[in-house]
Design a protein around this ligand. Structure first.
Ligand SMILES: [Zn+2]
Length: 377
């Protein structure tokens, strides 16, 4: 089954191909070019001058959770500071939930994101923090997310000894979870895991063949960026507080700086220095960090709007970061891009150009979405 899409007012491909029409064949894009040269197809859709771009690639979410942290959010907005310890509240609720309850939460948020144009989702474990609950979190995540990351090193469970817990994470827990995931991550931050503990977990994960990611430099200038670059991690996420040396290290590495502006706003931190990273030559991605504690949004459009209006990224830079940048943070070349052979993940805006994402802040602009070649909404 092939579909010719015509009438594209502006086509963002993130690739060398250009045009105002494309053909989807099965789950892939088969052709891109000018409508005057379009090949025949089984079906035809005219998008009537709307902008088309790759579906959002959300490279950082925490969707396997239970419970609610509305009260904590409200207290924070009333002036209480954010600390890493709030994660423990979600851990207790997650451990108490049934498999079906957890699966329903993941399903609901993946569907919510898809309706807003997110066609590719990474999600993490990290609210189980014991072997059995991390394993089931990974299994439930893998049923619905495109990429799954092991985040046993999210927080030392309250009452447990940090070094004993690190040994569990890099030993028995990693052994049990590794077959279910592609990535490992650590929360390398004051109040979570220090440089040595984070490094021990990541090295054990690399030895198991997992790709590496790091939560770093969220609450202050910590060692997260340095560690991520040192170990060749695909991505270091947050990057809210960076030294000049951190920026230089990222610029001369393959490690993507994944910025999570919805999280910084929801925790009343500064916004990350996107301009410094881009001007230095670092690769920047944008992601939602959707989680119940510090960033409870699945809206990539909100992140893009914020990046443009408040982080001084151009619209083109922000859209690239939320599509191709997310793909690069996950070392994927088949998504976040429109060209023959790529996954047919398309986002049609109810607007003539991507500029409207920032020009019309807060307005829902998703007109329609294709995921793996199927009309999703
Ligand atoms: Zn996170």
């Amino acid at each position: 089954m092939s579909t010719l899409i015509t009438g594209i007012g502006e086509l963002t491909t993130n690739s060398e191909v250009t045009g105002n029409a494309l053909v989807i064949d099965g789950a892939e894009i088969a052709w891109v070019g000018s409508s005057t040269n379009a090949p025949a197809a089984d079906d035809r859709v005219d998008v009537e001058g709307r902008a088309v771009l790759p579906g959002w690639v959300d490279s950082h979410t925490h969707l396997v959770f239970a419970g609610d942290r509305t009260a904590e959010f409200g207290a924070r907005m009333a002036g209480k500071p954010y600390t890493a310890g709030g994660i423990a509240v979600t851990v207790n609720a997650t451990r108490a939930a049934t498999d079906e309850e957890l699966a329903a939460v993941v399903r609901r948020h993946v569907a919510e994101a898809l309706r807003q144009g997110t066609t590719f989702v990474e999600t993490k474990t990290g609210y189980g923090l014991n072997v059995a609950d991390e394993v089931r979190s990974a299994r439930i995540a893998a049923e619905q997310a495109d990429e799954v990351t092991f985040l046993g090193a999210h927080l030392v469970p309250p009452g447990e000894d940090a070094d004993t817990y690190v040994d569990l994470v890099r030993g028995e827990m990693l052994d049990a979870v590794a077959p279910l995931v592609s990535w490992a991550d650590v929360f390398c931050e004051k109040g979570a895991f220090d440089y040595d503990q984070s490094k021990a977990v990541l090295q054990a994960a690399a030895a198991k063949g997992l790709g590496l990611r790091v939560h770093g430099n969220q609450l202050g200038e910590g060692p997260g960026v340095r560690l991520a670059v040192e170990l060749g991690a695909a991505s270091v996420d947050h990057c809210t507080y960076l030294s000049a040396a951190d920026v230089d290290a990222l610029a001369s590495s393959d490690t993507v700086a994944t910025l999570l502006p919805a999280c910084d706003l929801s925790t009343r931190q500064s916004l990350p220095p996107a301009r410094a990273l881009l001007d230095a030559g670092a690769t920047v991605a944008l992601a939602s960090n959707c989680n119940p504690g510090s960033s409870y949004t699945s809206s990539m459009a909100f992140c893009v709007t914020t990046a443009v209006l408040q982080m001084r990224m151009s619209v083109e830079e922000a859209v690239w970061a939320a599509t191709a940048g997310g793909a690069q943070a996950l070392r994927r070349t088949d998504v976040g891009v429109i060209r023959p052979g790529a996954r047919a993940d398309l986002h049609v805006l109810d607007a003539p150009s991507i500029t409207h994402l920032a020009y019309r802040p807060g307005v829902p602009l998703t007109h329609s979405v294709w995921r793996r070649g199927e009309r999703a909404s």
